[in-house]
Design a binder for this molecule. Structure first.
Ligand SMILES: [Zn+2]
Length: 449
């Protein structure tokens, strides 16, 4: 993929001769197509043979596939620091005795170092937008800005002591709820629309079993005031539904409906244990499901996606904890759906790629600007190098990539019109420095701060 530079030209960058998977409304694919970028926007999408205007820079992409960047709908970048420690621990023990206490002990400095690691990995693997949900999102935002990814930041709101829930102490603490709520407000005030609108915010109550109905009402009006979506872990564990039934006499989805939260403004993450009635309620309400197949599978769970797809529920895909690999997340979504349905045809790659790109953009209310390759949209793109033994022969490159490719086949990533990764190397940050700082943060992250 050679680059040619020309001084005077009407467009800034032309990517020529690529296998262009647009993920537009018609799933248009162009063989030998070209895409031009002017400023931070896509200014032209050209089929093979159509004239391409002269450009200041040209990338020859004749053995490459051009895709919209992945929209990772659910990430906790800081939890890259848990790699190697919790993958083989029982699901709920891992969540309540490892993940949540680690969250509670992370300082802004550690969050920044691990946020940069998560962002660097995600960028390397073709993600251009990361929805990050955590504490210290101010530090995460700085980390994302340095690496050059687009961010959607959600400072976690919760009313329980995350160090105590592992001991089954779920006492609501009003003061803690108010404190985390205020921090979320501060992140919105500082980050929503920042860095030329590269950053947006999302309202992120942690889960229905660690926020009281009173706090959820305040959260709902906070989201309405700022016109933001709400995202929440829903039916992540079996015990969540048990707790809600004990406290309120109903399961997760009925509880959320009672709070007035079930609708298109909600992105419910995990949804592992929904029954048929709950799936029907989700589909009817227009609420979004953030399907996180890798972390679910690692815990021995599988969200009932065949039933969700059949009911017309709105699905997106995320990588969640300990990885930013959206290629693997999308492939795992395909595999899990097919195992559950005992079918080899469910979720074909042309549908699966939509969940990882444009559907995520829609869930965030950003489909007018990201998630597909269309004239006028922001130039958030990835180029996959197809010149690899495991991706040959070149027949249907999207299917080959999603079934057999590696995230590291991504060669070039463009965010907001800027080339931020080239030849697999990030251009804004220094690889060694990011990794060393993250190592230090992870090693100290288990000690009380
Ligand atoms: Zn999560």
């Amino acid at each position: 993929m050679t680059v040619v530079n020309t001084r005077h030209a009407p467009v800034d960058l032309a990517i020529v001769g690529a296998h262009v998977v647009t993920v537009d409304g018609k799933d248009t694919v162009l063989r030998g197509g070209s895409v031009t970028i002017t400023g931070n926007r896509i200014s032209g999408v050209h089929a093979a043979g159509e004239p391409v205007p002269p450009s200041r820079r040209t990338i020859d992409a004749s053995r490459a596939m051009l895709l919209p960047g992945f929209v990772n709908i659910h990430a906790h970048s800081v939890l890259t620091g848990l790699r190697g420690r919790t993958e083989d621990v029982a699901g709920e023990v891992s969540l309540h005795s490892h993940i949540l206490p680690f969250r509670a002990r992370v300082t802004p400095e550690r969050a920044h170092a691990l946020g940069r690691l998560g962002a660097l990995e995600s960028l390397r693997f073709g993600t251009t937008t990361i929805v990050d949900l955590y504490w210290h999102e101010d530090a995460i935002g700085e980390a994302f800005a340095e690496v050059g990814v687009r961010g959607v930041l959600g400072e976690s709101i919760s009313e329980t002591d995350l160090l105590k829930v592992g001991h089954d102490d779920w006492g609501f603490d009003r003061k803690r709820g108010e404190e985390t709520f205020r921090r979320a407000e501060a992140v919105i005030a500082k980050w929503h629309g920042r860095h030329g609108d590269r950053f947006r915010c999302i309202v992120s109550p942690h889960a229905p079993d660690d926020c009281s109905p009173e706090l959820l009402a305040e959260i709902k009006s906070l989201a309405a005031r700022h016109g933001l979506p709400i995202t929440m872990h829903v039916s992540q564990s079996r015990s969540e539904s048990r707790r809600l039934k004990k406290w309120y006499g109903k399961g997760s989805i009925a509880f959320l409906a009672d709070q007035g939260l079930l609708g298109p403004g909600l992105i419910a993450s995990h949804c592992c244990f929904l029954d048929e009635e709950e799936i029907r309620m989700m589909a009817k309400s227009g609420a979004w499901i953030a399907h996180l197949p890798m972390i679910n599978a690692k815990r021995g769970y599988a969200a009932p996606t065949p039933g969700m797809l059949a009911a017309g529920a709105r699905l997106t895909v995320g990588a969640d904890n300990m990885t930013g690999d959206m290629v693997m997340a999308t492939r795992t979504a395909i595999i899990v759906a097919r195992i559950l349905a005992r079918s080899s045809t469910l979720l074909p790659p042309r549908e699966a790629i939509r969940l990882a790109t444009i559907e995520g953009a829609k869930a965030l209310g950003q489909e007018d600007r990201i998630g597909s390759i269309e004239v006028g949209k922001l130039a958030d793109l990835m180029l996959v190098d197809l010149d690899k033994p495991h991706l040959y022969p070149i027949t249907d490159p999207l299917a080959t990539f999603l079934h057999w490719g590696l995230a590291s086949d991504v060669d070039t990533v463009i965010v907001d019109g800027e080339i931020v990764l080239r030849g697999g190397r990030a251009l804004r940050v220094e690889h060694r420095q990011v990794l060393d700082a993250a190592q230090h943060a992870a090693e100290t992250g288990w000690a009380p701060s």
